[in-house]
Design a protein around this ligand. Structure first.
Ligand SMILES: Nc1ncnc2c1ncn2[C@@H]1O[C@H](COP(=O)(O)OP(=O)(O)OP(=O)(O)O)[C@@H](O)[C@H]1O
Length: 258
């Protein structure tokens, strides 16, 4: 399959080597304890609250190459977002490592935007934050707003936008730049059907521009349309890594079986 996992001779962009991520959570005390009381207990060195560990990503290894668009699929809580955050360098692994050739940009539903500012100001700030010059920002502005399909709302504060509109604007800003490694977390799922088609095309462009794209999504259609390869996570374990068709077929079989 010519369009499957990028092969030999291609430059690796992300290498995950036996990656383990564990969250440490302060467990409630018989339902009465809050985070604040637990903190007070720690500070006062009183009986320590129970720390519960959530082993979210377990011994995950893979290599991504330039030109790969990788869908990350799996059930709720299987560790997809956690893995993306680890690739972005936002979560330290408890063991193992992630090596990246290039700067990863994480585009999530929670990507930082200023809610009190207008869409317009957010576009400008977002472009500058991504390293564009003021002149380039000005040049790209109309294209970004057009792509987002926000229309007249662009003059209103982001706080007046629906979740889908916010996600569209974030995606439009982030995808205006070529990223070495673009990490997209469910941003497309909140857009409407028409926007989804446009953003799928955009992801293909980004991939053609020789970046690497990771896309976390519950929409298998979107993953199938957009990606050449998929990683299937199950309870933090990498269950399958391969061409998108094969991984999705195996995942569907397992959900039918169980
Ligand atoms: N900040 C956190 N603190 C503690 N545990 C967390 C935190 N974030 C996620 N977890 C836990 O880590 C595990 C993996 O969560 P993660 O959000 O990575 O899964 P996911 O596959 O992206 O899920 P979904 O499809 O529901 O978005 C889950 O058990 C979750 O409860």
């Amino acid at each position: 399959m010519a369009d499957s996992v990028a092969g030999s001779g291609v430059e690796p962009t992300v290498i995950a080597d036996r990656l383990d991520i564990i969250y440490k959570v302060i467990a409630g005390q018989g339902g009465k304890g809050t985070a604040a009381t637990a903190l007070r207990r720690i500070v006062n060195r009183q009986d320590r609250p129970t720390i519960r560990e959530v082993h979210a990503v377990r011994n995950v290894s893979f290599t991504a190459y330039k030109g790969d668009a990788i869908g990350v699929i799996g059930r709720n809580g299987s560790g997809k977002s956690t893995m993306l955050r680890a690739i972005a360098g936002l979560l330290p692994p408890v063991s193992g490592a992630v090596y990246t050739g290039g700067r990863p940009s994480l585009l999530g539903v929670n990507a930082a935007m200023m809610n009190d500012l207008t869409g317009e100001r957010n576009v400008v700030l977002g472009c500058l934050a991504m390293g564009m010059s003021p002149a380039e920002t000005q040049r790209r502005y109309a294209e970004i707003v057009d792509f987002s399909g926000i229309g007249d709302f662009i003059d209103l504060p982001m706080s007046t936008y629906s979740t889908g509109m916010q996600a569209r604007l974030k995606f439009a800003i982030a995808s205006a730049k070529t990223h070495d490694i673009l990490l997209v977390d469910e941003a497309l799922a909140t857009g409407d059907a028409e926007f989804r088609v446009r953003s799928e095309r955009k992801i293909k462009d980004l991939r053609d521009q020789a970046g690497t794209v990771f896309l976390v999504s519950h929409s298998l259609d979107v993953v199938q349309e957009t990606c050449n390869r998929a990683l299937w996570l199950d309870a933090g374990v990498l269950k399958l890594d391969g061409p998108v068709d094969e991984v999705i077929a195996a995942y569907i079989r397992s959900t039918r079986a169980g």
